[in-house]
Design a protein around this ligand. Structure first.
Ligand SMILES: [Cu+2]
Length: 461
C-alpha cells in the first residue's frame, strides 16, 4: 500500500466514524480511456478525441464517499495529458506536463486522491488537443443531489473546427487570423459596439458550436416531466468562445458556479466564459412543451444547445444562427454572486498585482508580476488581476477554489470559483488560502492565449 492510499483510507474512516457510519469499502479503480472517435458535424465526418468512462459514456460521475481512483489509459498514438479542472489533487496528479509528465502512447497512469467538494467539474487535455474535443464532464454528486426530486442534465459546450489546432494557432501568430486589421479603440470597448469590437471578442471563426457533440441541426432532445425540476450542469469546454446561456421561457435559478454553491439568483441569461460551469434549476411548466436551452456565442448570432421536452411535445427546428448577436460578457452577473460558504474573514498575508498584457497583432500574451507569486501552504493570498489588453481573459487557478473579493477595487463577498473573467481594462481581485505544496498552474483559459504566454504558476512552498 502506498502512503497516499493509507492516508486516504484513514481519512475516510475518520470521516465515517464521526458521522456514525461504517467506513466505505475501497472501490476498484475506474477505467478512463483516451481514444479517437468519429463524429458527424454539419453533415461532414470529423475525427475527434474521446474521454470515455467505464460505462462507455463521456467522462466520470462520482457519488458521495468516492475517492478519485482512476486508471487513465492513453490509446492514442501521441503523447497527451488530462487535467481535472476544479479538483484539488496532490500536485503530481494535477494533469499538467510540468508536474506529472506527459502520458505516452499506450501508457496507463493511476490516480488516487480524496474528493472533498461535490459539484460540476470537467476534464480536458492541457494541450492543443483540447481543441479537438479532448474534454468531458466530471460530476461529483452530493448526498443531497442523490436525494433530490429532480432530473439532472449535463451540457458540455465546445467550439469545433475542421482545421487542426496547430494551423489555427499558426494563423493567429502569423497575423492571418485577422488579416492585419487594426483593433477596436478603448472607446469601442466601452461602447461595446461596432465591428472592430467584434474582432477583439473572438480570435477564431469556428465551423460549428457543439452542445454534447451536436449542433442545433440535430440537437440532443431530453425527455423531462411536466411540472418537474431539472438541474442543468453546464460546462463551457470551448477553447476560445464565450457563451451566454439562455433558458427562454423557463423559470430559472442559478444555484452553483464552478461547482460551488451560491445564494440562488433568478434569471434568463447567464454568462459563461471558457472553463467555467454553472448549475441551473429550471422548472418545467405543468402544461409541458419543448424548451430549448440555448448557448449564444459572444458577439455573433451563432448558437448551440439542446432541448428539454415533455412526452408528445412538438419540437420546432431552431437555426444555428440566431437573429441577434450574443451579449458581450461582462462582470454584471459576477458582481451579484455570493458564495454560501465564503472564505473565513482574515487579512491577506500577501497581496500581488498581475497585469494581463498582449495584443492581437503580435499575438503574444503575458501575466506581468505573476512571477513573484510565492506563498506557503495555508497562507491567505490576494491577487489583483488588471487587464491591460483589448481581449477578455478567463483566468484559471489549478488546485484551489478562490473567492472573488473585489471588482475594480470595490469589495464584495463574491463566488468561490476556479475560473473568473477579466474583461478589458477591468481589475478583478481574488483571495484564497494557499493549498498543498507545488507550483500550481495559473493561466488564461483561452487555449491560444495560454500557449502564447499567458501561463504562470502560484508557487506554494
Ligand atoms: Cu486570455
Amino acid at each position: 500500500m502506498k502512503r497516499r492510499d493509507f492516508l486516504a483510507g484513514a481519512v475516510a474512516l475518520a470521516g465515517g466514524a464521526a458521522l456514525g457510519l461504517p467506513a466505505p469499502a475501497r472501490a476498484a479503480a475506474r477505467a478512463l480511456t483516451i481514444s479517437t472517435r468519429t463524429l458527424e458535424v454539419s453533415g461532414r465526418p470529423a475525427t475527434v478525441y474521446g474521454l470515455t468512462g467505464p460505462d462507455g459514456r463521456p467522462g466520470l460521475t462520482f457519488t458521495p464517499g468516492d475517492a478519485f481512483r482512476v486508471d487513465l489509459a492513453n490509446r492514442l498514438e501521441e503523447d497527451t495529458i488530462v487535467h481535472w479542472h476544479g479538483l484539488t489533487p496532490p500536485i503530481d496528479q494535477d494533469g499538467v506536463a510540468h508536474t506529472g509528465g506527459m502520458l505516452k502512447p499506450g501508457e496507463t497512469r493511476a490516480y488516487d486522491f480524496l474528493l472533498d467538494r461535490p459539484g460540476t467539474y470537467w476534464m480536458h487535455a492541457h494541450t492543443l488537443q483540447e481543441q479537438n474535443l479532448l474534454a468531458a464532464p466530471l460530476i461529483i454528486h452530493s448526498k443531497q443531489d442523490l436525494a433530490a426530486d429532480r432530473q439532472e442534465v449535463v451540457m458540455l459546450l465546445h467550439d469545433f473546427s475542421f482545421t487542426p489546432a496547430e494551423e489555427l494557432l499558426g494563423r493567429l501568430t502569423s497575423g492571418q487570423g485577422h488579416g492585419g486589421m487594426t483593433h477596436g479603440s478603448m472607446d469601442d470597448a466601452s461602447g461595446m459596439s461596432g465591428s472592430m469590437m467584434t474582432m477583439d471578442l473572438n480570435d477564431i471563426e469556428y465551423d460549428a458550436y457543439l452542445a454534447n457533440d451536436r449542433t442545433l441541426d440535430d440537437p440532443e432532445i431530453i425527455t423531462v416531466e411536466r411540472a418537474g425540476r431539472v438541474l442543468l450542469r453546464i460546462i463551457n469546454g470551448a477553447t476560445s468562445t464565450g457563451f451566454t446561456i439562455d433558458t427562454g421561457a423557463l423559470t430559472t435559478q442559478a444555484v452553483a458556479i464552478d461547482g460551488q454553491p451560491i445564494t440562488p439568483i433568478e434569471g434568463k441569461l447567464f454568462p459563461l466564459t471558457m472553463g467555467q460551469r454553472i448549475d441551473l434549476h429550471v422548472d418545467i411548466p405543468k402544461d409541458g412543451g419543448a424548451f430549448p436551452i440555448i448557448a449564444r456565442r459572444e458577439g455573433t448570432p451563432h448558437r448551440t444547445g439542446l432541448v428539454l421536452a415533455t412526452k408528445g411535445a412538438a419540437i420546432r427546428k431552431i437555426a444555428s444562427m440566431g437573429e441577434t448577436a450574443g451579449p458581450v460578457l461582462d462582470l454584471a452577473f459576477e458582481a451579484k454572486l455570493q458564495a454560501t460558504a465564503p472564505l473565513a474573514a482574515r487579512p491577506a498575508a500577501k497581496r500581488f498585482m498581475v497585469h494581463l498584457t498582449g495584443d492581437m497583432a503580435s499575438y503574444q500574451w503575458g501575466m506581468a508580476g505573476a512571477e513573484d507569486i510565492t506563498t506557503t501552504s495555508g497562507e491567505r493570498i490576494e491577487i489583483a488581476m488588471m487587464n491591460m489588453s483589448m481581449m477578455a481573459h478567463p483566468m484559471h487557478l489549478h488546485g484551489h477554489h478562490f473567492q472573488v473579493t473585489a471588482i475594480d477595487g470595490a469589495p464584495l463577498s463574491g463566488a468561490l470559483r476556479d475560473t473568473v473573467l477579466v474583461p478589458p481594462m477591468k481589475t478583478v481581485t481574488i483571495a484564497f488560502d494557499a493549498g498543498t505544496q507545488g507550483d500550481w498552474a495559473f493561466h488564461c483559459h483561452h487555449l491560444y492565449h495560454m500557449v502564447q504566454g499567458m501561463m504562470a504558476h502560484v508557487k506554494v512552498g
